[in-house]
Design a protein around this ligand. Structure first.
Ligand code: COA
Length: 160
């Protein structure tokens, strides 16, 4: 299926609309608001890769990747790359937007030379674990804070 979704950088033209993006009320403890992510992106500079997800001209989601960050238990010199934030707008979920965002991040992670995509998620009844598992992520057995760390091995093929 050809997707009409695309990524766009955050600009002076779209930043106010980006800040209005919101997940469902019952999901708000699962992911930080876009404003929080953009503040981190400002501080982390090139380590962070924040993008809007557009369907035509409509903002339907926000994704932020990270590149070259060590996790708490990593030995010196080891860094990881992956998915930092993913917010699909309430009312837009279930349309393949999350899958599209992960595919785009996977492509960028591969392009920068990593073969594995790391993320983490909250355990909750309405949490994103089934989504990540559906895309092939597997828990590593590690935690970061109160979140489970999961990884996706990046082969040459598309996600399953
Ligand atoms: C989790 C989230 C990003 C998923 O995005 P989405 O656009 O709704 O997901 P998609 O439509 O791309 O789904 C991709 C696949 O995962 C499956 N899936 C998605 N959510 C699922 C769930 N809760 N349970 C089971 N399967 C699920 C879909 O059925 C789909 O499978 P298919 O490709 O075989 O049809 C979105 O629900 C969201 O923003 N949640 C709130 C914030 C959040 O938890 N973010 C993650 C922070 S770590």
């Amino acid at each position: 299926m050809t997707s009409t979704f695309r990524l766009a950088e955050i600009t002076t033209d779209n930043v106010e609309d980006a800040l209005r993006l919101s997940v469902r009320p019952d999901q708000q403890d699962l992911v930080q608001p876009v404003a929080h992510s953009l503040a981190l992106a400002y501080a982390f500079g090139d380590t962070a890769w924040p993008r809007l997800i557009l369907d035509g001209e409509e903002i339907v989601g926000f994704v932020m990747a990270f590149f070259g960050v060590p996790f708490d238990a990593d030995p010196p010199g080891v860094t990881r790359a992956g998915l930092w934030r993913l917010n699909v707008a309430a009312g837009q979920q279930g349309r393949g937007i999350g899958r599209f965002a992960v595919e785009q991040v996977a492509e960028e992670v591969r392009r920068r030379g990593w073969s594995r995509l790391t993320t983490s998620w909250h355990i909750a009844d309405n949490g994103p674990e089934p989504f990540y598992r559906r895309l092939g992520f597997r828990p590593t057995g590690e935690m970061t804070g109160d979140e489970v760390i999961g990884e996706l091995e990046l082969g040459g093929a598309e996600l399953t």
